[in-house]
Design a protein around this ligand. Structure first.
Ligand SMILES: Cc1cc2nc3c(=O)[nH]c(=O)nc-3n(C[C@H](O)[C@H](O)[C@H](O)COP(=O)(O)O)c2cc1C
Length: 366
């Protein structure tokens, strides 16, 4: 077997570190401040609940997506294979990790194509990063990513924090919006602009809509922290200032629940809520706040490493919880769930009020 290249080593290190170290943000997603109103008489039967929805022309049995995680190495291929099998079996969507590595070395494409092989009917999303757009990648590379896995949509991740915290990160973000516009104008496949754990504000959501994005995956604070991942890498490598920078920015960003409100109220784009989503209860809360679907990364990664059975069981638990909450608020389907009243408390309500949102009408709708 040939030795791993530098980029392969980095991918492997990200996977191992996020599995072995504490990379969890230590502030909440904001969903702890969200309450749905219990309906003592749901006036529906639990077994008539329909969780099906549609995104980018593909059917999802439930509004749940395996967020972008990995690709590029043998270990990553095994993980992708397990994630994709479960996505296919449960009718979930699935995103691959950054395909940059396969564009630079087509020899590792098989670590990504396994996703489409194992999930032939699922909604599959490709992935590249804004830093690649800065160095000149454009429509041609975007199309190669899509063709590689017959993707239904292309995720473009915005991760300025991680790039700024890591040693030698790509921090040229000037002009990226124009590049996004050029891609969305020619691609013909929906583009999902996604964060990786710091959230998307209303201002950025509006500019991404103007640049032609079809959807936003908010990936806010409350789950995996990339400042934490880079903090650990710097610690292992003995780089003191980077280690301190990662620690200082550990909880940087917009909590996920807030980002869902900001992004969904300021645009009519499809919204994927992610960043620290862990339960079916939170999944339901995200949808009542304005999300069309929910994405989960790290917990699915952990279970995929344990094996397909563990992942299936975990995903099924989340879906059972989601369906039960739909029952308890009397929502027959996802469209009805989007309209149930929702009460916003605590720091989340303070933030949203200061940003001018009318929380009273949210609490009294339906
Ligand atoms: C090991 C690992 C690798 C990731 N790689 C990517 C990536 O290549 N591209 C991307 O857009 N997001 C990537 N992410 C970010 C996730 O898609 C997600 O936005 C983030 O982890 C927050 O979700 P979570 O709290 O459920 O983990 C990665 C996450 C993890 C844990």
């Amino acid at each position: 077997m040939r030795p791993l290249t530098e980029i392969e080593k980095r991918k492997e290190r990200h996977l191992r570190l996020s599995l072995d170290e504490n990379v969890q943000s230590d502030i909440g997603t904001g969903f702890e401040d969200i309450r749905l109103i219990h309906r003592a008489l749901p006036e529906i039967d639990l077994d008539e609940i329909d969780t099906e929805t549609e995104l980018f022309g593909k059917r999802l049995a439930s509004p749940l997506i395996v967020s972008a995680i990995t690709g590029g190495t043998g270990f990553a291929k095994e993980i992708n294979s397990t994630l994709a099998e479960v996505a296919e079996e449960l009718g979930l969507g699935i995103g691959v990790g950054s395909q940059r590595i396969a564009l630079e070395d087509p020899g590792v494409e098989h670590t990504f194509t396994v996703v489409r092989e194992k999930a032939p009917s699922s909604l599959v999303m490709g992935n590249i990063g804004c830093p690649q757009l800065s160095i000149g990648w454009g429509v041609e590379e975007a199309k190669r990513c899509i063709d590689m896995i017959e993707a239904d949509a292309l995720g473009i991740h915005m991760n300025p924090l991680q790039e700024a915290v890591q040693v030698g990160g790509d921090t040229q973000y000037r002009g990226v919006l124009e590049k996004i516009k050029a891609i969305t104008g020619e691609l013909g496949t929906p583009v999902v602009m996604k964060e990786t754990g710091c959230g998307i504000s209303r201002e950025v959501a509006v500019s991404l809509k103007a640049a032609g994005a079809s959807a936003l995956e908010v990936s806010g604070v409350g789950g995996t922290s990339w400042a934490a991942v880079e903090h650990h890498i710097a610690r292992v490598e003995g780089r003191k200032s980077q280690e301190a920078l990662g620690e200082a920015l550990w909880n940087w960003g917009i909590p996920t629940a807030i980002s869902v409100v900001e992004a969904s109220r300021s645009t009519d784009l499809k919204i994927i809520a992610s960043g620290g989503l862990r339960t079916g209860v939170e999944m339901a809360k995200a949808i009542t706040l304005g999300a069309d679907a929910v994405g989960i990364a790290k917990p699915f990664l952990e279970k995929a490493v344990e094996g397909k059975g563990a992942l299936l069981e975990h995903a099924n638990d989340i879906l059972r919880e989601f369906r039960t909450v739909m029952f308890l608020v009397g929502a027959r389907n996802v469209e009805e769930l989007k309209k149930v009243p929702v009460v916003v408390l605590g720091r989340t309500s303070e933030w949203l009020r200061l940003r001018g949102y009318d929380l009273q009408s949210l609490a009294n709708r339906g």
